[in-house]
Design a protein around this ligand. Sequence first.
Ligand code: G6P
Length: 495
Amino acid sequence: MLIPNSTSMVDDGYFDSSPLRNDGPSTHATSTFIVANRLPVEWQAVSGWRPSPGGLVSALEPALKNLNAVWVGWRGSPAPEDSRGPRPTRPPRTDNIAIIEIPMTKREVVDFYDGVCNTAFWPLYHEVGIAPVFCDEEFEVYRRINQRFADCVARSAPAGAPVWVHDYQLQLVPALLRETRPDLRIGFFLHVPFPSPEEFETLPWNENVLDGLLGADLIGFQTASSAERFMAVACLHASVRREGNSLLVSEPTGTRRVTVGVFPIGPDSERFSSLAASPAAQESAARIRADFDAPELILLGVDRLDYTKGIDVRIRAVADLLKSDEFKGRDIQFIQVAMPSRSDLTAYQHLRATVEETLLSANAELAALGLRPIHYVYEAVPTEEVVALYVAADIMLVTSLADGMNLVSKEFVACRQAGDGGLVLSRTTGAAAQLHDAWLVEPGDVADLTRGMGEAIRAEVDETRGRMERLRQAVFTADARHWAEAFLARLNKAR
Ligand code: G6P
C-alpha cells in the first residue's frame, strides 16, 4: 500500500482531532511538502501570531512563493493540554502555502525542543565550547515527535510527491517516512553545520541519526565541509559506501542511492532590496541617524541572542577599537540588536547575563573616555525596522563563532542599494564561502576582530564600493528562490 489512509497522527491520545489545517489555495494533489519544526508563523499568548524567528523560516517562506506548497510544522508554543477546551486559533492564511499544524504538549516542548534539539544537537553541531547534554528519556520524545511529523506527511502526501524535511529537529523523519511511503521523493536539508566525525562520535544516538538521515534520497548542506564531514561519518557504517557525491546504502531489498549536495541558502534579496528602497525605510534610517545625533559612522550587529553568535567577544572588540589611539578621536556609534531566543534554557539565560555584563563594563570604559556608549536593544525587532538599521549603518559586524550560513550578512548586502557600506564577516560562517569580498575575521580573536573592523573603517571609498559591488552580485545571483529551485530540481533527479 503506497498511500496508507489510516495512519494516525495522534500517537499518544493527545489532541484528539485531525491536524489543524489552514489550507491556502493549493490542493495537495500537486504539492511539495515542506516539513520543518516551526511553521512560518508562531503563536504567543501575549502577542498572538507573528512571523517565526530564525534564518530557516525567513529564507524558506519566500522561496515557496511560486510553488504549490504544504507546510507541516509546529506553532512555536504548546497546544492547550485539555482537548475538551476551546480549539486554539488557526494560523493565519499564508499566500500559496497550506498549513498543517503538528501539536506538542508543554512536556514535549521541554523534552524535545528545549532538551534534545537545543541542549544536545544545537551545541553538539556548532562546537563552540558549550557541552551538550544527552538524556535517553528525552531522545524517546524526540523519536515520538519525529514519528508524529512522519505520520502526518505519510497520511497527507499524494503518491510520488516531493517532501522536503528541514534541520536538526527532524533528523529521523526521512527514514520513518520511507518505512511507510517509499514512493515519496524525500529530501533533507541541514541548516546548521554538520559536526566533525570525532564530535559526532560522542552522540549516544549517532546510529539512529545516521539511519534517519540516510532514509532521504537527497541530503543537502550549506557548505562543502559539512557535506564532507557527513560523508566521512556515513562511510564508517558497514552498509554504506561512497561513489562520488553519492552514498550507496545496502538494504535487504537491494542498494539504494543517497545523493549528497551543497546548497548555500540565500535571503529573498529582491524583497530586502525593495524594502530598503521604500520611503518608509529611508525615512526611518534618516531618523535613526538623527536620533543618535548624526554620528560619523554607525557599526551594527543584529543577531538572535545565541552563544554561537559571538556577541560578547564582538562587544569587547568594538570597545577596544573605539578606545584605541587611532579611533578614539572619531565619532563612532555601535548599535547591537540581540533578539530574545530560547530564553527558557539556562545556557541562554547565562549568555544574556554575560553579554549584558560585558556591555556594562565596556560602556563604563567608553564613558570614562567621553566616547559614545554602545546602544544595545534586547527585543524581537520586526523586519522593516531591521532593514532601516541596515540602511542607516555604515559597517555591519557578523562575527558568529559558528553559523550554518548567516543570512543577516546577506540581507545587509541586499539592502545596500547605494553600493556603499562594509561587511565584517566571520570566516566560520557558511556565508564566508560566498562573500569573499567581506573583511573576513577570526571570530573568537578580539585582536583579529579589531584588525578587520579597523581595515573596513580605513578603506578608501573605491575599495569599499568595489567590494560591495561584488558582494551584491553574489547575493542577487544566489537568493532564496535559487536555493529552493536548485534543491528541488536535484531532488526530482535524485533517484
Ligand atoms: C536556526 C535554526 C532553525 C531555527 C532557528 C530559530 O536558524 O537552523 O532551525 O528554527 O534558528 O531557532 P528556534 O529555536 O527559535 O526555532
